[in-house]
Design a protein around this ligand. Structure first.
Ligand SMILES: [Zn+2]
Length: 280
């Protein structure tokens, strides 16, 4: 009796399908099978109805350290997103947060066309792309340990809107995306760049709620801040994100990394609050 290759291969294929999470074929609806927290009741993203968001005097101005000086950044394609690791020290505090949070990475969610792409929606309408700046509470030491504590992480989300002209602050990032088309390729250094030049809406009004990571394991440890102002980006720049390849495959063929956004989750008993009106 020889080795039963067909059974072995079947086991490998089954294992791959449950071990990998993804977005293809309504993949996000299957996450709770392997990652039960993804089916819990404080999940992200959510729809933000700005007419229902009460203003909270607690939510004053966020304070940024290290955001206005050139930061050392590298970009990679991790198979689910374009992820920029932040090698410099950048922190946020204030704005109703307890303690100081350190920026570790930012990454993007985008669509296959301009009618979708963002994770958070405003009054039911998605934007074409959303960036997430992921911070962990400095006193908890690392992202890995902080993600196990409520309020251990804080993520800043900003949506993108269309523009006829290129957003110059994104030229270097967009160019370097062509060097990380396959998932898992070596990270590429970006030209040092001030974070506030990439994300000017950070100094504006924002919405706040408690939620989760929007990818498995969907840890419910995130204080979310979603900004009201958008970042303009040209279609040809957005197209560079859509050229990346996903870690998912269609049978054997590589697929483009597009629509890597999770559908909005029920708010349940949560309330999305609005910052006090800030004048600059
Ligand atoms: Zn994200």
């Amino acid at each position: 009796m020889g080795f039963k290759w067909h059974i072995f291969l079947l086991m490998v294929i089954c294992y791959c399908q449950i071990a990998e999470w993804g977005y293809e074929n309504n993949g996000a609806y299957k996450w709770p099978i392997m990652y039960p927290t993804c089916g819990d009741n404080l999940q992200s993203p959510v729809n933000i109805n700005i007419f229902l968001a009460p203003t909270s005097p607690r939510l004053g101005r966020l304070r940024f350290t290290g955001y206005n000086t050139p930061a050392w950044l590298t970009v990679k394609n991790d198979g689910h997103t374009a992820l920029v690791e932040v090698k410099s020290n950048a922190y946020i505090e204030g704005g109703g947060l307890h303690g100081r949070y350190k920026l570790t990475q930012f990454h993007f969610h985008w669509g296959s066309d301009n009618t979708r792409g963002s994770e958070h929606t405003i009054n039911g309408v998605p934007a074409r792309m959303e960036v997430h700046l992921v911070h962990y509470k400095e006193s908890l030491g690392s992202f890995q340990s902080a993600q196990n504590f409520p309020g251990g992480l804080t993520v800043l989300g900003i949506l993108y809107s269309g523009s006829m002209t290129n957003n110059g602050a994104y030229n270097d990032l967009v160019n370097k995306l062509s060097l990380v088309l396959p998932p898992g390729s070596t990270p590429v250094a970006l030209q040092p760049q001030a974070l506030l030049s990439l994300f000017p809406p950070l100094v504006g009004n924002y919405f706040r709620y408690t939620g989760s990571l929007t990818t498995p394991p969907c840890s419910q440890s995130v204080i979310w801040t979603v900004f009201q102002k958008t970042i303009p980006i040209a279609n040809r720049q957005l197209q560079s994100f859509r050229q990346l390849f996903s870690s998912e495959k269609n049978v054997m063929f590589p697929v483009r990394l597009q629509n890597n956004y999770r559908p909005t989750q029920p708010l349940n008993r949560r309330i999305v609050e609005s910052s006090s009106f800030l004048v600059f």
